[in-house]
Design a protein around this ligand. Structure first.
Ligand code: SAH
Ligand code: SF4
Ligand code: F3S
Length: 454
């Protein structure tokens, strides 16, 4: 009855997300769970009773960002606000977080989000004046060996047109540099049936684009043995109402030809594969424990290039892995030319806790890593300038994502995952979430420009 009274009594939370798409989607699950528990999401830390950070620890910088953010807002504790650390830093550092940031009351890893409701009850109970001087400390961490299902009941997807579905969690590959097997635990897949049920529900709600997620999405193993990854991909693409299906990230070792055959056969599967290579040198790939050699990676690239539709290829590269010589690095540079990527996410090697690479000799000095990164980025920029130019004069279908009012341009995304900003004359204005044909008129290294054609 009394809206204002109810509003002010309602518990509020602020959530900030760092890291990969898996974390972005996890945050949607956390928001859904908290809203179900009667919390309201707010836009600023000042408005919130509970401040949550969903964290990433893939590189040292990402982890430091979280502790800086926590330090920045420490003063808000005096106002009775509570802090929680979720995600990969939470899982990696565990209760040590309470020592480094004593104002934190909740530490919870990604496999324990289903327990958030009971953890929130405990947190609330600790709000009593008696407990106010000794902050409650609640942890939700698992041993990362559980087969526990990672599905949560409530998901508050932020975009009404395209949404994520996690099909596989964790990683068993243990690359020498990577924290993910420690923060996300061992690999576990959902049943193909539960994925399809969620895809159908999303289609009924009006979603037209689905992105299947996993640290290694193509390592998917249906626990019921009914579908391979390629078959699941095709089945999601055949769900009535779904117009686009994406999947990320693919591991080269598990990338089979059947994925390309599925893309060839099912038009809704997008013309894009993200296939992280990390290095062009077989010697370094071996040291990284990547489980493939350069020629095996190039064999997969050849399959992708032989597809019926032109498939855009993007990748991740690490420069300055311990022992990477100038000649190893030049092999990475010439691999960029050989493949002709449409996008490269490049990183300087960052030493991470618990990983085997910590014990390797021949660390590359920070300045040299920076130099290699710059050389690589400059080279890739040239490659993209010429690759993006090829699209000028072509017609592409975009999903309309929004409008940039300052520029008077609509923002669209092609099946190849390229950003295509376009103008629409007069009365022919598109709507967000619709699909529109656009003629490409100009190109930049990272985006295309065009005009709506009807
Ligand atoms: N499972 C995916 C990658 C997930 S992590 C795969 O194996 O390809 C995303 C990217 O972060 C990696 O591809 C890698 O390029 C980068 N990365 C991971 N650990 C890193 C580290 N210690 N230092 C620098 N970059 C790292
Ligand atoms: Fe990390 Fe390697 Fe697993 Fe990818 S495959 S998440 S890089 S350990
Ligand atoms: Fe970061 Fe964890 Fe993702 S470490 S990249 S948020 S899996």
């Amino acid at each position: 009855m009394c809206g204002v009274g109810e509003q002010s009594a309602q518990k509020t939370f602020y959530l900030e997300t760092f890291g990969c798409q898996m974390n972005v989607h996890d945050s949607e699950k956390v928001v859904g769970t908290l809203v179900q528990e009667g919390y309201r999401q707010v836009e600023t830390v000042e408005q919130a009773d509970l401040i949550l950070y969903n964290t990433c620890s893939i590189r040292d910088k990402a982890e430091q960002k979280v502790f800086h953010r926590l330090a920045d807002f420490k003063k808000l504790q005096a106002q009775g606000k509570k802090f929680g650390v979720l995600g990969c830093v939470a899982q990696q550092e565990g209760e040590k977080i309470f020592e480094r940031a004593p104002h934190v009351s909740l530490v919870c890893g990604s496999a324990s989000y289903r327990n958030l409701p009971s953890m929130l009850v405990q947190l609330e109970a600790g709000k009593s004046p008696a407990a106010a001087t000794t902050p409650v400390r609640i942890t939700g961490l698992d041993d990362r060996q559980t087969e526990e299902c990672f599905e949560t009941e409530f998901t508050a997807r932020t975009n009404p047109h395209r949404g994520y579905i996690t099909i596989i969690e964790g990683c068993d590959k243990f690359c020498a540099y990577c924290v993910v097997p420690f923060t996300r635990g061992r690999e576990r897949s959902r049943t193909s049936e539960s994925v399809l049920v969620e895809a159908r529900q999303m289609a009924e709600m009006g979603y037209t684009e689905i992105q299947l997620l996993g640290q290694n999405v193509n390592s998917y193993r249906d626990p019921t043995g009914k579908k391979s990854f390629a078959e699941l991909l095709a089945a999601v693409g055949e769900v009535c109402g779904i117009r686009r299906v994406r999947f990320t990230t693919s591991h080269p070792r598990d990338f089979g030809r059947d994925i390309i055959e599925a893309i060839d056969a099912v038009p809704t599967l997008c013309d894009h594969v993200h296939l992280p290579v990390q290095s062009g040198s077989t010697r370094i790939l071996e040291a990284m424990q990547r489980l493939y050699a350069r020629d095996e990676y190039m064999e997969r690239i050849a399959w992708i290039k032989a597809a019926k539709r032109e498939i855009s290829i993007t990748t991740d590269v690490i420069v300055g892995f311990p022992g990477e010589t100038e000649s190893d690095f030049s092999e990475t540079l010439n691999l960029l030319d050989e493949v002709g990527y449409d996008g490269v996410f490049s990183f300087k090697y960052s030493a991470r806790p618990n990983t085997p690479a910590l014990n390797l000799d021949d660390a590359i000095p920070e300045e040299e890593k920076s130099r290699r990164l710059e050389v690589l980025m400059a080279k890739q920029r040239e490659i993209q300038i010429s690759r993006y130019k090829k699209y000028v004069g072509q017609r592409c279908e975009v999903m309309v994502e929004g409008k940039n009012p300052a520029r008077g341009q609509w923002i669209g995304r092609t099946s190849q995952n390229k950003t295509l900003n376009f103008t629409a004359g007069g009365s022919q204005q598109p709507t967000v979430g619709s699909y529109a044909p656009v003629l490409v008129t100009a190109s930049f290294p990272n985006s295309l420009v065009g005009e709506l054609v009807m």
